[in-house]
Design a protein around this ligand. Structure first.
Ligand code: GLV
Ligand code: MN
Ligand code: MN
Length: 474
């Protein structure tokens, strides 16, 4: 005897197959209209050279290959598995780029790179002069992080294109995958470097002419050693013309626990929280850890420790759970157990979905830094706002397209906010933007335990493929 649940499933399956065959029979003489109807959400009058030649039920994701590619990409790492460390313009980053470019070529995309190494793979539509629909993410990884952050949005985008190609879909607007240079701020302290430049920042282009990393290697020489720009004047050639894309979409792991906890397949992002980051330095006179008595010290390390606690206090005082602050870097000089720190260096990250509230926290951190320096008789030698970005909002029509794709695919979805930042934050400045989230294990991210299941990634790829298809026909 079959258990009741299985019987019900069999029955539903039978009803679905019969009604689907009936629909096919009904539209017997026009296969294009048949598939258009099945895909709901774009006009049934599209010429037959556009759209799918197979029904939505046949959108099949090659998840095994996707997982193999994610595994292979994770081997380009400067830290041992399962962690991944892939820093901008290092050898491993260059190898990862080569891997992705070769996959783009295998998918029949025409590949180009800009002066800072943003990589573009284009599938020409039947109307290639129309602004294209773009999708993509990043593949750089902060020290000792995981395999999925960004990567799902790059390799998943490639699989979405493959899904569409296998289904016989013909895009009207071209579809383009973007591999963004350095979403993570690890090497040069600048988050979303590639997408910030694409969005057209003269101030950043100028700053990059003199930016150096922690080893005093300049941005220009690091970029040129990876095969990119040789002349600072090339930086501004990266800027996109407004209107280059009719839409930009990013597929990403949620990096939070909500979807998994609530058992929901797809997160449709409505807005991205406003991030800011700061660099702070204190200087004292240092000295011998045994010989200098406590009343005569001005310890730069203790000033940093106090400021770290002040960051936590100001964030908590905002009264909102949405305000967060992190001191992720705290370095002491000279870094010897028997020497009083003469210099300290902090890097502070703070974010909120409410920009004004985040700005109040920034102001309070600045006041605390001044007050601590005065009281402890150290010098506040640097207080630099690295970035103070506004939030970004997803485009209404792209939200609708994502929701309708999830519904067409019978996937549960939820509208949600992204607390992490993404290249989409900056693409939103030059294109209507939308983001698709998929669940990840316990919401883990930025650590080796990061994980997304084959099923969840397949769902994300399907929603991405279908949304790209819908948008490309608009
Ligand atoms: C992205 O990596 C972020 O820190 O939000
Ligand atoms: Mn990240
Ligand atoms: Mn990311």
């Amino acid at each position: 005897m079959l258990p009741l649940l299985q019987l019900v499933a069999l029955l539903l399956h039978f009803i679905f197959i019969s009604s689907f065959s009936a629909a096919l029979a009904h539209n017997h003489d026009d296969p294009t209209i048949r598939t258009m109807e099945a895909f709901s959400g774009y006009p049934v009058h599209e010429p037959s050279s556009h759209g799918f030649s197979t029904p939505i039920t046949s959108l099949s994701v090659d998840a095994d290959t996707l997982v193999k590619q994610i595994e292979e990409l994770s081997t380009f790492s400067d830290s041992p598995a399962p962690s991944v460390t892939r820093i901008l313009y290092t050898e491993k980053d260059v190898l990862a780029r080569r891997f992705v470019k070769s996959l783009m070529g295998l998918s029949g995309l025409s590949v180009r790179e800009d002066a800072v190494g943003n990589i573009f793979g284009r599938w020409d539509g039947s109307e290639p002069d129309l602004p294209a629909v773009a999708t993509g993410s990043h593949a750089d990884a902060i020290p000792f992080s995981g395999k999925y952050d960004g990567v799902v949005g790059v390799l998943g985008a490639l699989e979405a294109i493959n899904v569409l190609k296998r289904s016989g879909f013909k895009p009207k607007r071209s579809l383009e995958i973007i591999f963004f240079t350095s979403e993570e701020p690890t090497r040069f302290g600048i988050s979303c470097l590639g997408s910030r430049l694409l969005a057209g920042s003269d101030a950043l282009a100028k700053a990059l002419e003199t930016t150096v990393d922690g080893q005093n290697i300049s941005f220009i020489s690091a970029a040129s050693s990876a095969g990119y720009l040789t002349d600072p004047a090339q930086i501004s050639t990266v800027f996109l013309k407004k209107g280059s894309y009719s839409a930009f979409l990013e597929l990403h792991i949620e990096q939070g626990p909500i979807l998994e906890e609530e058992g929901i397949s797809i997160g449709v992002v409505t807005a991205i929280a406003a991030p800011a980051s700061l660099k702070v330095e204190f200087e004292g006179t240092g000295g011998h850890a045994g010989a200098v008595l406590m009343p005569y010290r001005n310890d730069a390390g203790l000033a940093a420790a106090e400021l770290a606690l002040a960051v936590e206090k100001h964030v908590l005082d905002s009264g909102s759970i949405d305000t967060v602050g992190t001191v992720g870097i705290l370095e002491l000089h000279p870094g010897a157990i028997n020497s009083i720190p003469s210099k300290s260096h902090l890097e502070i990250d703070t974010r909120d979905i409410d920009e004004e509230r985040r700005n109040i926290v920034l102001k309070k951190i600045h006041e605390s830094a001044n007050e601590i320096a005065k009281r402890r008789r150290v010098k506040l030698s640097e207080f630099k706002i690295i970035n103070q970005d506004p939030p970004a909002h997803s485009d209404k029509s792209i939200i609708e397209a994502m929701v309708s794709a999830a519904k067409d695919l019978n996937l549960t979805h939820k509208l949600m906010i992204s607390r992490a930042y993404h290249d989409s934050l900056f693409m939103a400045r030059v294109s209507p933007m939308g983001m698709i989230f998929i669940p990840c294990y316990k919401g883990y991210s930025h650590k080796p335990e990061e994980f997304a299941s084959l099923k969840d990634m397949s769902n994300g790829v399907k929603v991405l493929a279908l949304t790209l298809a819908k948008l490309s026909l608009q």
